[in-house]
Design a protein around this ligand. Structure first.
Ligand code: 0GY
Length: 304
């Protein structure tokens, strides 16, 4: 089936630079997606956007170019709860990818077991209204209870303003939590102000709340560096990410977010995104934890 992209859609950047920062051996890109290809894996009827294709092959070429060893592929909302494109990518990765699925309430246990055998280790609960029709909490709770015996976790995606209302629901879930993109702080605010403190308090409340210190390109107001400019890329995001890495070095993850859905002002150079890492995790010990040890513990515990 041929799909027409959402008007104004920005395609992923096909010529990323080679990063200057050398990733530690065994680094994991712990947040990325595949889109279709739509001809093979049609986008879901209930989707809120229609992307360009971003295939498993394109993803693995990027992995190798940037110097990553492994990927965690997060089910993108444009595929709804049809996890086939993600599972196909994992199957093709030769053990070098794991996945986070979308699972609807009422999914039978044998389907969950099939996802586990296919490399899935978590589900994503999405509360971002421009991306999904948010599901009722009793259904989500049911999914959480169903996946708990498998040792899976829940990736939660929400807007910072929504956290106060969601906090109790999150803290009551019976599995580890992984927060996408630092809970999407407004980085024009004070990194030591109440909004970001509220997020850090969520992490302080339970020892198994993790955080992806990802998506500077999505959160930044200062943006990428101007050509020939002196300023660091996405510098306004740095103090936020550094606070998380410094306080919770063993509970942070990093990923490219390739192919960067729904960006409207620019498409990042993934090589530059990798070069952002030492700004938020300056020491080799922090980098080893962020890029290798932490994601391995969560996604490949049998090898870590
Ligand atoms: C991200 C962010 C976004 C989209 C999705 O699954 C998705 O559609 O996650 C977004 O638009 O903020 O993590 O890729």
């Amino acid at each position: 089936m041929a799909f027409e992209k959402t008007p104004g859609w920005l395609d992923w950047y096909a010529g990323p630079s080679r990063p200057q920062f050398t990733l530690p051996a065994g680094a994991v890109d712990a947040h990325c997606h595949v889109f279709g290809p739509g001809e093979e894996f049609p986008f879901a009827p209930e989707r809120k956007y229609t992307p360009c294709d971003a295939s498993k092959n394109d993803l693995f070429v990027l992995r190798d170019r940037l110097g990553f060893s492994r990927n965690v592929i997060v089910q993108a909302t444009c595929h709804g709860a049809d996890n086939r494109a993600m599972l196909d990518a994992i199957a093709y990765s030769d053990g070098r990818a794991r996945g986070v699925a979308t699972v609807k309430p009422g999914t039978p246990n044998d389907e969950i077991a099939r996802l586990h055998a296919g490399g899935v280790r978590g589900v994503r609960f999405n509360f971002v209204k421009r991306l999904v029709d948010v599901l009722p909490r009793d259904g989500l709770r049911q999914v959480a209870e169903q996946i708990a015996p498998l040792g899976w976790h829940i990736v939660i995606y929400f807007e910072a303003e929504e956290l106060p209302e969601l906090r109790d629901f999150f803290l009551d879930l019976p599995v580890p939590l992984v927060v996408d993109h630092m809970g999407r702080p407004d980085v024009s605010l004070d990194p030591e102000g109440p909004q970001f403190e509220g997020f850090l308090d969520l992490m302080r409340a339970k020892p198994d709340v993790w955080c992806k210190v990802t998506c500077p390109e999505r959160l930044s107001r200062t943006g990428p560096p101007a050509l020939g400019g002196e300023q660091a890329a996405y510098r306004d995001v740095v103090p936020f990410a550094r606070r998380v890495v410094e306080e919770f070095p063993d509970r942070v993850l990093w990923g490219t977010d390739w192919p960067h859905p729904n960006l409207t002002d620019h498409m990042p150079d993934d090589g530059l995104l990798v070069d952002f890492i030492p700004h938020i995790a300056p020491t080799p010990a922090q980098q080893q934890a962020l890029l290798v040890d932490n994601p391995m513990r969560l996604y490949w515990p049998e090898e870590s």
